[in-house]
Design a protein around this ligand. Structure first.
Ligand code: F6P
Length: 286
């Protein structure tokens, strides 16, 4: 049996652990399409290397990419031609990658999908691997910055990832018990935010604002707030790629192994067009 695995879109902590588990089970039968769907299009396909050393590290040992070419007729047909050389294709990625995987399946390829994105935006699963680690990076960063903000009675705006999705912002806000959350555009209530910052400032309390990326430019946001609260020093912090690069949490590693176990089971049982998901808090195959 020839099995191909690929990681697509933003890499997610836990991906390497899943790949390691797949490799342990399928050994030399496991191949990788390098850089996600791109490798399927240009034929960059190799045997998955021994990845014991990388299993608890983040990133993707088989590389990832965003691949608009896959959505073109020409790109897709090249990808399909290479995909058909394998008995199974395992796709690790987010919502966009899930759609790509489904399309391969609808065109006769046996597929298994594993939700893997820090955004946690795969509709069919309650959880995507990477999310807990990304939020824990934000939590660590913010909790360890606020004592310094407090010493100077400042206000800090922390920008977290989530280009199309507000889940990282919402979960981070809860975990750090932030002062104000801007998860969506309607949360941009400047009067309300400035009143809160000023009230805190009077009591010598630093304010923390959690801002989801892609809502407003952080410097523009700061400059508007600064005009409304001139006496408060406002700092901007973009948390950035530590959210994807941080090592997987314990919870993440547990789920990455479970995802792999279910994928292996699905393939050995001859299931196809399968997605490994979390439903009612449990990993399952649908
Ligand atoms: O992986 C998802 C994500 O982290 C988004 O939240 C973020 O906007 C985006 O990827 C950034 O991706 P890139 O590195 O391709 O700019």
């Amino acid at each position: 049996m020839k099995i191909l695995v690929l990681t697509s879109g933003g890499d997610a902590p836990g991906m390497n652990q899943t790949i390691y588990q797949l490799k342990k089970s399928f050994k030399d039968d496991l191949y990788a399409s390098l850089e996600g769907f791109k490798g399927l299009i240009n034929g960059k396909i190799v045997k998955v290397p021994d990845c014991r050393k990388e299993k608890n590290k983040s990133g993707s040992i088989i590389f990832s990419s965003r691949c608009p070419e896959f959505a073109t007729r020409e790109g897709f047909s090249k990808a399909l031609e290479n995909a058909k050389k394998f008995d199974y294709i395992i796709v690790l990625g987010g919502n966009g990658s899930y759609k790509g995987c489904k399309e391969l399946n609808e065109n006769g390829v046996k597929t298994v999908f594993i939700p893997s994105t820090i955004d946690n935006d795969v509709d069919i699963s309650e959880y995507s691997q990477g999310f807990d680690s990304a939020v824990s990076a934000c939590e660590f960063y913010i909790k360890n910055s606020m004592p310094s903000m407090q010493a100077f009675n400042r206000c800090a705006i922390f920008e977290v990832m989530g280009r199309k999705c507000d889940k990282i912002a919402k979960e981070t806000f809860l975990r750090v018990k932030g002062d104000y959350l801007i998860a969506n555009e309607e949360n941009l209530e400047y009067d309300k935010i400035s009143r809160l910052i000023l009230d805190n400032h009077k009591q010598h309390r630093a304010s923390s604002i959690i801002l989801r990326e892609n809502i407003v430019k952080i410097e523009e946001f700061k400059s508007k707030l600064s005009k409304l609260c001139p006496e408060v020093e406002i700092k901007t912090i973009i948390i950035g790629y530590i959210q994807r690069g941080i090592g997987p949490t314990k919870k993440e590693l547990k789920i990455s192994k479970q995802f792999a176990r279910y994928a292996i089971w699905a393939i050995k049982a001859g299931r196809e067009g399968t997605a490994i998901v979390v439903q009612n808090n449990k990993v399952t195959a649908i």
